[in-house]
Design a protein around this ligand. Structure first.
Ligand code: DAH
Length: 341
């Protein structure tokens, strides 16, 4: 076989070999086979000098041509392999940054907690301090110091949960009024949000455990006008609109005079609807001017100072805002209820 024909054959073989290659290792083996130091073409190039003069130039030219051609094929194959691997990598490892993340269910604050924090913010912005007292309370703070005589119905077994050693679960946050007066001298501006307990048959509007926010403001010349102004400011912030209020007489031993504060019905705007029982008004919270005996119990001279107090039901406020009709839902632990907020 003449050398030119052999070179053509080598090129064909190389082509077919390279086509079959599927990885870099194989490719390297093929390169060594066709272009390596011991390859046939290298041998031909080395021994060109031994060829007859007439065919030497064409054989040399052909050898280089074939060598270059094989080099090119190897290079192309190398590029192909690189691309293939790169594409596989993209498929395997690339991330789609537009794909929405996996939603991890997280909780959120209880609607009562949220309302408490809102109310705290409103009052701190008016210069009120936030106080707290114990949930297990002395009889003295819950009753005696608040001018609640021994025979007051609030002391009945039905209302109060007593501990075996004669203490009680506070039935209201008003105890913190006394604790605050004992600690601070007037002027006093404080609220005391917290949990309270009643020995109670539960129904849609009664729970054994619920939340109140006590409020107390004591200074010289504090009057009902201050009470109304503070209440209106607070309600405007809570309900995000102007709220009309009215006071009716109400009896609580620790205030004199005592009031029930009503607001105009937010559902019908005061025209009358089932929520306000067609009266246009909704009972919101009890309040009043701090009784002189209570000031005295707190170590404050009633001839020099006066003050107002209120006790707001936090659960009730949340129920009004979201039109919730059963107070027991708050402690039900029912996610179908809680997830709505
Ligand atoms: N402590 C009362 C209760 O739980 C509510 C109350 C009424 C608080 C009048 C006050 C007040 O501060 O002035 O029933």
């Amino acid at each position: 076989m003449d050398i030119i024909t052999r070179l053509d054959e080598i090129l064909r073989e190389a082509k077919s070999d390279i086509e079959k290659v599927s990885n870099f290792e194989e490719l390297e083996k093929i390169r060594v086979k066709y272009l390596g130091r011991k390859s046939e073409i290298t041998n031909i190039l080395k021994s060109l000098g031994e060829l007859p003069k007439e065919i030497r130039p064409s054989a040399g030219k052909k050898s280089n041509l074939v060598k270059n051609e094989i080099s090119k094929l190897l290079e192309n194959k190398n590029a192909q392999l690189e691309e293939k691997i790169f594409n596989e990598l993209i498929k395997k490892e690339s991330i789609d940054i537009t794909e929405p993340g996996e939603k991890i269910p997280i909780g959120h604050m209880h609607p009562i907690t949220r309302m408490r924090m809102e109310v705290e913010d409103i009052f701190t912005s008016m210069g009120f301090a936030i106080m707290s007292g114990p949930e297990i309370e002395l009889e003295y703070y819950n009753f005696e110091a608040l001018n609640i005589p021994k025979d007051h119905p609030a002391r009945d077994m039905q209302d109060t949960i007593w501990t075996e050693d004669g203490n009680l679960l506070r039935t209201h946050t008003s105890c913190v009024q006394i604790r605050t007066m004992e600690k601070f001298k007037p002027p006093i501006r404080a609220i005391a949000p917290g949990r309270v307990f009643r020995y109670e048959e539960t129904d849609a509007s009664h729970e054994h455990t619920f939340y109140q926010v006590e409020g107390l403001m004591i200074d010289r010349n504090i009057s009902v006008a201050n009470l109304i102004a503070v209440m209106k400011t607070m309600l405007k912030e809570v309900f995000k609109r102007d709220v009309k209020v009215r006071l009716r007489p109400g009896y609580f031993p620790f205030v004199e005079p005592g009031f029930e504060l009503d607001i105009n019905c937010l559902i019908c705007g005061g025209k009358g609807c089932p929520v306000c029982k067609y009266s246009g008004w909704v009972e919101l919270l009890p309040c009043g001017m701090v009784h002189p005996n209570v000031l005295k119990a707190g170590g404050i001279d009633p001839n020099e100072y006066s003050g107002f107090a209120f006790g707001m039901g936090l659960d009730r406020l949340v129920m009004m805002r979201y039109e919730i009709n059963d107070i027991r839902l708050f402690h039900s632990g029912d996610l179908r209820f809680l997830e709505q907020f």
